[in-house]
Design a binder for this molecule. Structure first.
Ligand code: GLV
Ligand code: MN
Ligand code: MN
Length: 401
């Protein structure tokens, strides 16, 4: 089935662009469609059955000796705007290489294997995240009417992109759930690199809430409107933002708080702003501490007039499978790969998969800890250690009685 050596470096080059602005594989974009199509063909050329569901999640099923639920691996195909080469894609292509290696090792594994390329995890195009894995796991979502910055709805983008994938020689269905899920990913933070450790085994993933905050003002002339008679949305928004950062600075050490996107209307230098909309992304290892922060945040927001707040995401903190992690720890020890256990500050499809099947994650170091940026980098030798551990882990899971 698999004859040639898996070339991870070549695959990463093939699926990434060389643009200075990094990777812009927003969900359902042209590049996203192209990559999901290329992945389907790659899997089919190596003997996989392809399934594409109505959200554009791709599942590639490789046979085992038994007709049981597959052992799954994979990650997401989308990126943030101006993202890096590895976030998501490494788990997809590294997962492909791991499965390829297993089949090169000889006999068919007892259980089938599955590679999943989730449609969307980042929440960078539409104000909703994890829409791919949420659909995969059967969660209800109200996303059809959400719009991107150009006014295209989720539904329009989804149906146009998925149509192109489902026109291929694939099964058009939501995949039945696998027996387990193991996600390979870059750490996206500095801990492994600073500790000179090639492997991280993930204990859990942070709770995360996101919001869209809009401050409403009155558009008016910048030169003629007396300062005391203005309703300036930017003046109010900037004070509110400063108060929220002050609050976050005084909160628990494990809280992260980010305002990553600001939009102003009409966005003209000699017009007082009519509205200013900004996003809030806040995360905590503990659901309770996040709730405490959110309640204080609400109190601050209520001190400002003409502000509306819309929640766009809530995911609780997640503890991943201890049994799968302990097994990976044993395998890493046997393979002489130093590792550390860590909690993830980044969100992952694994926290959604974990609600329905035993799920674990393997991290490799991010050079200088940079991620969600074109400078994201992991050296090839570290990427290959991750693939080697994933191969051994999938093999152990697929060949157990
Ligand atoms: C996804 O990568 C996130 O953690 O924002
Ligand atoms: Mn990711
Ligand atoms: Mn990401």
């Amino acid at each position: 089935m698999f004859s040639e050596e898996c070339q991870l470096a070549d695959l990463l080059n093939q699926f990434n662009t060389t643009a200075d602005t990094g990777q812009n594989r927003l969900v359902y974009s042209e590049q996203w469609v192209h990559n999901q199509q290329t992945l389907i063909l790659l899997g089919q050329n190596h003997g996989a059955q392809a399934m594409v569901d109505d959200y554009g999640n791709v599942s590639l099923d490789f046979p085992g000796q038994e007709e049981t639920l597959p052992i799954a691996t994979g990650s997401h195909m989308d990126t943030v705007r101006q993202g890096g080469r590895y976030d998501g894609l490494y788990g997809v292509l590294g997962g492909f290489c791991a499965i390829q290696k297993m089949y090169q090792q000889g006999d068919l594994p007892k259980k089938p294997l599955r590679l999943i390329s989730f449609s969307e995890e980042e929440g960078s195009r539409f104000p909703a995240a994890f829409t791919g894995s949420k659909y995969y796991t059967g969660q209800q979502q109200q996303v059809a009417a959400l719009v991107d910055e150009t006014g295209i709805t989720f539904e329009q983008a989804r149906s146009n992109a998925v149509k192109q994938l489902q026109a291929m020689n694939v099964r058009r269905q939501r995949a039945p759930l696998p027996a387990s899920f193991t996600e390979l990913h870059i750490e996206q933070g500095p801990r492994l690199a600073q500790a000179h450790q090639p492997i991280g085994l993930v204990t859990g993933i942070v709770a995360q809430n996101r919001y869209k905050v809009t401050v409403h003002g009155q558009a008016n002339h910048a030169g003629t409107t007396p300062m005391a008679q203005r309703q300036d949305a930017i003046a109010t928004a900037s004070r509110l933002m400063a108060s929220l950062y002050d609050l976050a600075d005084k909160s628990s050490n494990s809280l992260t708080f980010t305002i990553g996107e600001i939009r102003v209307s009409p966005n003209v230098s000699n017009v007082i702003a009519e509205s200013c909309t900004f996003t809030i992304d806040c995360r905590e290892e503990s659901d309770e501490r996040l709730a405490t922060f959110l309640s204080a945040m609400n109190t601050v927001i209520k001190q400002f007039d003409n502000v509306t707040v819309e929640q766009t995401l809530h995911v609780p903190a997640t503890l991943l499978s201890q049994a799968l992690r302990q097994r990976n720890a044993k395998i890493a020890t046997q393979m002489k790969f130093p590792f550390q256990e860590l909690f993830s500050g980044a969100g992952h499809d694994s926290q959604i998969m974990n609600t329905v099947v035993p799920t674990t994650m393997i991290f490799v170091p991010s050079k200088t800890g940079i991620s969600h940026a074109p400078a994201e980098h992991t050296k090839m030798s570290d990427l290959l250690i991750g693939v080697a551990l994933l191969t051994a882990s999938l093999s152990a899971q697929a060949n157990e009685a």
